[in-house]
Design a protein around this ligand. Structure first.
Ligand code: T46
Length: 134
């Protein structure tokens, strides 16, 4: 099974321009407890490099683009985020990395829980052990 799962957001735009509305437990398959966005990333800088123990997330590039790497400990896949209507599912226990963020990239993330550093696994060996691949 592919690691890459998209959720398309309903496009409510009209001749005036685009509009996307996100409602928890509707277009988004969980109750949204937190929203954050990443912008102004220095060129050549990669981010992420962790997995979450429980957190579910959806990531959408509302402007610009970036390349997301997803890794379940056995397979590694990568995909470009470059549409404001299309969000990438980041499930729990998926190692993820963001690369090649364009200068105008604004990466919006919807999260199923509040920020909790204890939910992060930031060491790849620890991730492999937790997922049972080493
Ligand atoms: C993720 C990817 C897609 C907070 O205090 N609250 C928050 O809600 C977030 C997201 C971060 N922080 C603090 C934690 C660090 O001291 O902000 C600092 C930078 O976070 P981090 O280095 O984890 O950022 P990224 O871009 O590597 O990862 C972020 C999210 O943290 C992470 O959950 O899945 O984006």
């Amino acid at each position: 099974m592919t690691l890459v799962q998209w959720i398309n957001f309903p496009a409510l735009g009209d001749e005036r321009g685009g509009l996307v509305a996100l409602e928890g437990a509707k277009a988004v398959p969980f109750d949204i407890k937190r929203v954050y966005y990443i912008f102004g990333t220095q060129l050549g800088v990669a981010r992420g490099f962790h997995a979450h123990k429980q957190l579910q997330q959806l990531a959408v590039c509302i402007t610009g683009k970036c390349r997301m790497v997803l890794d379940n400990g056995q397979n590694r896949e990568e995909v470009w985020l470059e549409s404001p209507n299309k969000s990438l599912v980041i499930n729990k226990m998926i190692w993820h990395e963001m690369h090649d963020l364009s200068a105008d990239c604004v990466l919006l993330v919807l999260a199923s829980n509040h920020y909790d550093e204890n939910d992060y696994i930031r060491d790849y060996s620890e991730f492999s052990r937790a997922i049972g691949t080493t």
